[in-house]
Design a binder for this molecule. Structure first.
Ligand code: FMN
Length: 134
């Protein structure tokens, strides 16, 4: 079983490109080590993240690290549930940072084509507002 958490948050005022890149780098490195899949994207001053992995690992990362990180605030949870398996593990063998609209379109296409369950459908719709604003 896989545990999935999805949230949106607001980037702290004045957060620069370097700081965002720092978040991306830490995320890539740590999530690879922890076997966490999913996506992280930044657009319009907001972050959107999907975390998929072992329940304890995802919960402790989300509750103890991410939610307390001062680089963002107003963390709003959209989804938290146990799923059959990580949706994004067959999209990429590692955690994905989304930086371009092309990448976002690819992910949406992937989610449309892999309607394994309602989760992919829901995530696909949630990603809509981020298009064109990356
Ligand atoms: C929007 C956002 C998303 C983050 N996502 C992750 C993540 O998926 N994995 C992670 O390890 N850290 C993530 N972080 C960073 C953590 O809050 C924390 O700084 C980091 O886990 C500390 O790792 P370190 O001890 O290796 O420096 C995120 C931070 C922000 C602001």
């Amino acid at each position: 079983m896989t545990y999935t958490v999805c949230y949106v948050s607001k980037a702290t005022e004045g957060l620069g490109e370097t700081e965002i890149e720092d978040v991306f780098a830490t995320t890539l490195k740590n999530n690879a080590e922890k076997n966490i899949y999913g996506i992280l994207l930044y657009g319009m001053g907001n972050f959107f993240q999907v975390l998929e992995g072992n329940k304890k690992t995802v919960e402790s990362l989300y509750e103890q690290e991410i939610k307390n990180d001062t680089r963002h605030y107003d963390v709003f949870e959209i989804m938290r549930k146990t799923t059959q398996g990580p949706i994004f593990s067959s999209y990429s063998s590692v955690f994905t940072i989304v930086k371009t609209n092309e990448q976002l379109e690819q992910i949406k296409t992937y989610l449309r084509q892999n309607k394994v369950n309602t989760t992919s459908d829901k995530l696909s719709r949630l990603l809509n507002p981020f298009l064109l604003d990356l």
